[in-house]
Design a protein around this ligand. Structure first.
Ligand SMILES: [Fe+2]
Ligand SMILES: [Fe+2]
Length: 241
């Protein structure tokens, strides 16, 4: 195969490569199948893909929410570098985690009904919690993101859950500490801790969230947030022994 100097294309992915090389139709078909396979597994979050998703999110989200998701994308990538996780997965999960955040509570419930997404009692009381589940559903059906690790990180980014995967932890923490956040108590400490001990950062975050919700008195404490706190508090207590 010879390089075609007349076509100046990005060669960072199969499509770009195909455009700047002379290849037989059979090879072209084979490479297209391989690329589709990779996309289906969600293992490729190339720059082109991220750029496309950013464009979509810029249109559907408010300006400040869009800036927030860029912050979570950036922070997730940084944490992935720190903990040796996949930077590509972290970027994509961080970018897409709030992709359904523009829906009203009523619309979230309607989407759950439409896509047969289960709704817990706590979610019925506080439907905003559902933007993780609906967001993961949108990622799958609208944006062709099939990677179960990414989808799970999006589902649990609001409540966390006991024994989270590294990617789930990264997106959960990044959502709380991204550069645009400025209201949470102990933010400086939690930001530092996130790069020292991720489990301890989750303990601090869930502790502060529960304290805030208790003070708020709105009765919107989700059972899963409490379970997440209990789990990471046990890890915290073990370290002190
Ligand atoms: Fe969110
Ligand atoms: Fe968020």
């Amino acid at each position: 195969m010879e390089h075609n100097p007349d076509i100046d294309k990005d060669c960072g992915n199969c499509e770009g490569l195909l455009n700047c090389l002379y290849v037989t139709p059979d090879t072209r078909r084979l490479l297209a199948i391989i690329q589709k396979g990779y996309k289906i597994m969600g293992k490729i979050a190339n720059w082109e893909q991220l750029r496309e998703y950013r464009k979509i999110l810029k249109k559907v989200l408010s300006k400040s929410r869009y800036e927030h998701v860029l912050g979570v994308e950036f922070t997730s990538a940084s944490l992935a570098m720190r903990y040796g996780a996949s930077v590509q997965q972290a970027q994509l999960a961080g970018l897409m985690h709030d992709c359904a955040k523009y829906l009203s509570e009523e619309e979230l419930l309607e989407e759950c009904d439409r896509y047969k997404i289960s709704v817990t009692e706590a979610e019925k009381r506080s439907p905003y919690l559902l933007h993780g589940k609906v967001g993961a559903c949108y990622c799958k059906i609208r944006y062709e993101i099939e990677d179960p690790e990414i989808l799970s990180a999006i589902i649990y980014h609001t409540t966390g859950k006991p024994a989270m995967s590294i990617l789930e932890k990264i997106v959960y923490v990044a959502d709380y500490i991204e550069p645009k956040r400025d209201k949470a108590p102990n933010l400086e400490l939690i930001r530092r801790m996130a790069f020292i001990d991720l489990d301890e950062a989750i303990y601090l975050i869930t502790r502060d969230i529960l304290a805030y919700l208790k003070e708020d008195g709105s009765n919107s404490i989700d059972g899963l947030t409490k379970e997440t706190f209990d789990y990471y508090k046990r890890i915290h207590d073990t370290k002190k022994e």
